[in-house]
Design a protein. Structure first.
Length: 193
């Protein structure tokens, strides 16, 4: 199935370069996948651990290095929380994220035989990258973009999204608003003048 970008949608609606500068918009759009595209790709992945890694990246929005550093002890199944850690400037940082109930159920089954110190995804960063590119034709970071776009299109709050993604400034997260301009128009219609 061919991927349709926001740029193509705008062009189909016959918006001209004078109404929207399509060339500048093209540079601002990060590559992402829709839920439907990912659902199709999940059907094709045969290796369960690979499928789980990709689903985890898609449903959590974490960076690939955060995912491969996760241990069983980092998941609080009772409170639906996930503690992610990452190394920056030789110092470990961490943040606590909400865990979607669907992802929680999948993980609870998957980690049952693991010890508390065991890694959820015992892959190197390069191996995780290769698994993702072979399975979906894109990078792990594109799954992060997909999570963010899906969050915003589903009506999620941008401030909460910024915290989940671990962005240091809200302006970084606001870049995703460039991807969903058509969705912003849907919100404008709701306003009565």
């Amino acid at each position: 199935m061919e991927k349709i970008t926001e740029l193509e949608v705008l062009q189909e609606r016959k918006l001209t370069k004078t109404s929207i500068n399509v060339n500048s918009l093209k540079k601002d759009i990060a590559k992402y996948y829709t839920k439907e595209e990912l659902d199709e790709k999940f059907l094709e992945i045969k290796n369960y651990k690979h499928k789980l890694l990709i689903k985890f990246l898609w449903m959590s929005g974490v960076r690939v290095t955060e995912a491969i550093n996760l241990r069983k002890k980092d998941i609080d199944f009772e409170n639906y929380l996930l503690r992610v850690r990452w190394l920056k400037s030789r110092k470990w940082n961490e943040r606590i994220l909400p865990l979607h109930p669907q992802l929680r159920d999948i993980l609870e089954f998957y980690v049952a035989p693991l010890n508390q110190e065991d890694l959820l995804f015992p892959f190197s960063r390069q191996r995780a990258w290769k698994i993702t590119t072979e399975a979906i034709g894109g990078s792990p970071h594109q799954l992060r973009h997909s999570f963010a776009v899906h969050w915003l299109r589903s009506g999620g709050d941008i401030v909460i999204l910024s915290k989940i993604l671990g962005h240091s400034k809200i302006q970084i997260t606001m870049e995703y608003l460039k991807i969903v301009p058509i969705d912003q128009g849907k919100e404008l219609i709701k306003i009565r003048f």
